[in-house]
Write a protein that binds this ligand. Structure first.
Ligand code: ZN
Length: 129
């Protein structure tokens, strides 16, 4: 397994992690196979979505905030229930095909770490098979 850390910049943040994931694939030495990108946190997740128009990410944040308000009479005493729910909505892992040592993503796709309780230091784990 390979891992790297990222610094998120605000409570909600979508960080493009294509480059460090590509570096992890090189470090692993995987040329053809599948990688799993796993986020070992309960208030951050990972997703694949559009890298071209940043408004897509802004709209995703808006929809998530509207769907899961920060305060809504939740029970969890830490006060970050919305972040837990959003992290589960995004999911904690994605799989991507690797061919010739390169991530196989669609033209407009990138990998995004999804922060919902930042800013924080987050780990990303990468395992190839
Ligand atoms: Zn919590």
């Amino acid at each position: 397994m390979n891992l790297f850390t990222v610094e998120t910049r605000s409570r909600t943040d979508f960080l493009n992690i294509d480059r460090p994931v590509a570096e992890a694939i090189q470090a692993i030495g995987l040329t053809d196979g599948i990688i799993t990108v796993f986020i070992p946190h309960t208030t951050a997740g990972v997703t694949i979505n559009e890298n071209a128009d940043p408004d897509v990410l802004a709209d995703m944040e808006q929809v998530l905030d509207r769907t899961v308000p920060w305060s809504d009479g939740y029970r969890h005493s830490e006060g970050n229930t919305a972040a837990h729910v959003k992290a589960s909505m995004m999911g904690s892992s994605v799989q991507v095909i690797v061919e010739n040592g390169q991530l196989q993503l669609g033209t407009w796709q990138s990998l995004f770490l999804c922060e919902f309780d930042g800013p924080r230091t987050r780990q990303v784990w990468v395992k190839g098979i």
